[in-house]
Design a protein around this ligand. Structure first.
Ligand SMILES: NC(=O)C1=CN([C@@H]2O[C@H](COP(=O)(O)OP(=O)(O)OC[C@H]3O[C@@H](n4cnc5c(N)ncnc54)[C@H](O)[C@@H]3O)[C@@H](O)[C@H]2O)[C@@H](O)CC1
Ligand SMILES: [K+]
Length: 479
């Protein structure tokens, strides 16, 4: 793909981490010659700066000691040529500069770009450019560099980050120290996974991509998932064509969770939905009379797609051996995952299962399954999800900002949809219902997980601003 593009949600995008990007960079430099990529990078950044802030009186460019700073110096030179007022804060050491960055410093000086240590007074129509650190960010920023990051974050003008917001790790989407909060990020040569998961989405803002006239030949480390294909229903179909889902959960006091999963499966298109509550009380009156209530023992597990664990409480553990052995297709959520984490025998049974299975942990549930901590899971979400998928031979949906879907032997996918409005009780039950519905309709476990997660987030993204997003309304919004 040539030129610069905003990252849109209408297609999938390959993602490459730091090591793969460095390899591609070395190949590209060998083919194109020294400094060519940096010139392209700086030109792309300057063009985007003009497009984002056409009425800017000043453009403040904070340039670091490496090649990311070189990109910023190139951009400054172009903006100066085009009659703008760039102003550079530069952190480099002239005696220790890489050749490309040294060449760009010479070009910026020759163009008459002003350098100053003071930050100009920026107005909202102006622009600040973060060219402090990119792929080479190696440790938490301190001292003047940290102060510069704080100044960028406090700027009245929007911030455009070059390649990565300074401080954001390209591979993991984590920041282990001060980090730039950008409104726009121009990712160069490759798109990095860290822009789309962990704190990446919050720090990067709108992501743009310029491949610098290279085509990424390396296998992608991950994918930014695209939308599910639209399914059309054949006229000659009946409720049996879309599969039967059973929700097993709803321990005493938690029936609502099972109803939410059931309602979500129903509205997402399942042909028939059974709810088997672990609470022996009367059936819960719901606004979904289509849900069919059954006792757990009545379920014909071997021909059902089972969503297991939604509000299951400790009672769900007793059902897991049978469910793991028999369910035709299985989604394990919430209390089912906690029961699994606490019992190695159940984990063995999960490993032995041959039927399609999807686990939908949030970071704490994933940590329990891995025997680690939430912080360790969040420190590398892609690796945590992939480890779980390989360990249990199942598809894993690691929830959170930039939900990761991992499957054994495949590169993981990061979901691009969704927002903080999903952080409300019951939305996880709804997601389990969506996954079950896609499985029941015939999707593979990995497709079902990707599509359900995309759909779940897209519904939240399209939610009317003044209207409360509740889990039951989210379930009903699927179609
Ligand atoms: N080499 C090339 O031809 C190209 C490089 N590109 C740019 O180059 C970037 C990578 O360049 P580099 O490898 O030089 O890496 P960076 O420019 O991200 O930074 C590396 C430098 O920063 C220092 N550093 C790291 N963390 C620090 C901290 N916390 N405090 C103070 N100093 C710190 C390192 O010691 C090193 O000197 C990419 O992100 C991209 O922006 C692009 O222009 C594409 C072409
Ligand atoms: K940067």
């Amino acid at each position: 793909m040539r030129g610069m593009h905003p990252i849109t949600l209408d297609r999938a995008w390959p993602l490459h981490g730091g090591a793969a990007t460095r390899r591609l960079e070395a190949q590209a430099i060998a083919a194109a010659g020294p400094h060519v990529l940096m010139r392209r990078a700086g030109l792309a950044a300057a063009r985007l700066a003009l497009a984002l802030a056409p009425h800017a009186r000043q453009v403040w460019i904070a340039c670091g000691p490496g090649n990311n700073g070189g990109d910023g110096l190139e951009a400054a030179m172009h903006l100066q040529h085009w009659g703008r007022q760039p102003c550079v804060r530069w952190f480099g050491d002239e005696h220790r500069l890489a050749p490309d960055a040294a060449a760009s410093l010479a070009r910026a000086r020759a163009a008459g770009v002003p350098f100053t240590d003071a930050m100009p007074e920026l107005q909202p129509q102006d622009l600040a450019i973060d060219a402090l650190l990119g792929l080479g960010s190696a440790r938490p920023a301190t001292g003047d560099l940290a102060a510069c990051i704080a100044a960028l974050n406090a700027s009245a003008a929007p911030v455009l980050a070059i390649d990565l917001p300074t401080g954001l790790a390209a591979d993991t989407g984590q920041a282990n120290g001060p980090a730039v909060q950008a409104q726009h990020t121009l990712s160069l040569l490759t798109l990095k996974p860290g822009l789309f998961t962990g704190v990446g989405r919050d720090l990067a803002g709108q992501v743009w991509f310029d491949a610098l006239q290279q085509c990424a030949t390396a296998q992608a480390d991950a994918t930014l998932a695209g939308p599910p294909p639209t399914r059309t229903r054949a006229h000659a179909s009946h409720k049996g064509s879309y599969g039967d889902v059973a929700v097993l959960g709803g321990a005493p006091g938690m029936r609502g969770a099972a109803v939410l999963a059931g309602s979500a499966a129903l509205h997402a298109g399942a042909g028939r939905v059974y709810v088997a509550a672990l609470d022996s009380g009367p059936d819960l009156t719901t606004d979904a009379p289509e849900l069919m209530w059954r006792a757990p023992a009545e379920l014909a597990l071997a021909r059902l797609t089972v969503a297991c664990g939604c509000g299951g409480g400790p009672q769900i553990a007793a059902w897991l051996p049978q469910v793991l052995a028999e369910a035709a297709q299985l989604v394990l959520d919430a209390d089912a995952l906690n029961a699994l984490a606490a019992d190695e025998g159940l984990q063995d049974r999960l490993r032995q299962r041959r039927q399609p299975t999807v686990l939908t942990p949030h970071p704490l549930e994933a940590a329990r399954l891995l025997g680690s901590s939430t912080a360790a899971v969040q420190a590398d979400r892609l690796a945590a999800a992939q480890t779980l998928a390989e360990r249990f031979g199942a598809v894993v949906v690691l929830k959170g900002s930039g939900t990761v879907v991992a499957a054994p032997g495949q590169a993981p996918a990061i979901n691009p949809t969704g927002n903080a409005r999903l952080a409300t009780a019951g939305t996880g039950d709804v997601l389990a219902g969506f996954v079950a519905s896609h499985l029941a309709a015939g999707s593979s476990a990995s497709e079902a997980a990707r599509h359900a997660v995309y759909q779940h987030g897209a519904l939240a993204d399209a939610w009317p601003a003044g209207q409360a997003l509740t889990a039951s309304a989210l379930a009903r919004a699927a179609n």
